[in-house]
Design a protein around this ligand. Sequence first.
Ligand code: ATP
Length: 294
Amino acid sequence: MPSSIHVQSYAKINWTLDVLFKREDGYHELRTIYQTVSLHDELKLSETTGAIEIACEDPRVPCDETNLAFKAAVLLREATGTSKGARIEIEKRIPVAAGLGGGSSNAAATLLALIRLWQIEIDERELIRIAARLGSDVPFFLIGGTALGVGRGEEVSPIEQVHCEHLLLVNPGFAVSTRDAYEKLSRLTSSEAASIIPFTLPAAKGIRELPLVARNDLEEPVLAAYPEIAEVKRRLLSLGARHALMSGSGATVFGVFDNSEMAGHAESELRAFGYWAERVRTVGRQEYHATIFQ
Ligand code: ATP
C-alpha cells in the first residue's frame, strides 16, 4: 500500500472563451477550449488515521476547509464512505487567482491521488459529478490535454490535441476575481443570446491554427478595467509574440512564440520589468496522464 503519493498538478490556459449569456442559475453559459500546460504545482499526499490536513507555505492559499483540495477530499470521502484521512502538502508554482486554474487543478489532482492512496473505487460519472461540484474547471483537469468545455465549462469532451512548444505566461502580479471579470461583461443579456455566434465550435475544427487565432470574450472588458494587463499584452507583442491573449478571467496573458530564443528573450525582458514570467509548452492528454503521478 502506498504511504504517500506525489502528484504534478498542471495549469491550464484557454485557447478560446465564448461567453454566451447569463443563465437563470446565475452562471454564464460558455464555450471554451481548455489546454493543459507544463507549469505545475507539486502535491504530496500521505494517509492519516482520519484527519484531512492541508500544508502550504504560500500565504495566498488557505490551509483550512476552504482549500479546494480539502473540499475534494471531503466530497470523495462522503461519496465512498471511507473513514481514511490525508495530509495534503501543496508546493505552489502556479500563480494564485491568475486565470490558470491552479486551485481547480489541485482539486482534481487530489481526487485522482486519493483514489490511489485510499485504494477506493468510484464510478466515473460520480467522480465527474464531484469534480463539477468543486468548480466549473475541475472536470477538465480529470482529462487534461486539449478539451472542449460547454455549460459553465464543466461538461468537457476531449478533442484533437493542440501542440505548441513556445508559450510564455506573464502575470502582472495582481489578481482579477473571476466574478468581477464576468460582471464586466455587462453587454450580455439572455435576450441577446440567440444572436451570439460562438467562435469556439468552428475553431475546434481548425484546431492546429488555434494558437494564432485564440480569442477570449472576457479580455476586452477586463483589459479596459486593468490597463496593466493591456500593457503586458502590448509588451509580449512588441517582443515578437505572434499572438498574445489573456487566459480565462486573467490576469495572466500568454504569448505564442516561433522559437525558444525569442520566448527566452521575452521572458528575461519581462522579468527584468518586474513581472512574473514563465516559459511553458502544451501538455497533451497522453503526457498528462503519464506524468501526473511521479
Ligand atoms: P480559474 O481560472 O479556475 O477561475 P484561478 O486560476 O483564477 O482559477 P485559483 O488559483 O484557482 O484561481 O484561485 C482562486 C481562489 O481559490 C484563490 O483566491 C484562493 O484563495 C482559493 N484557493 C482555494 N484552494 C486553493 C488551492 N489549492 N490553490 C490555489 N488557490 C486556492
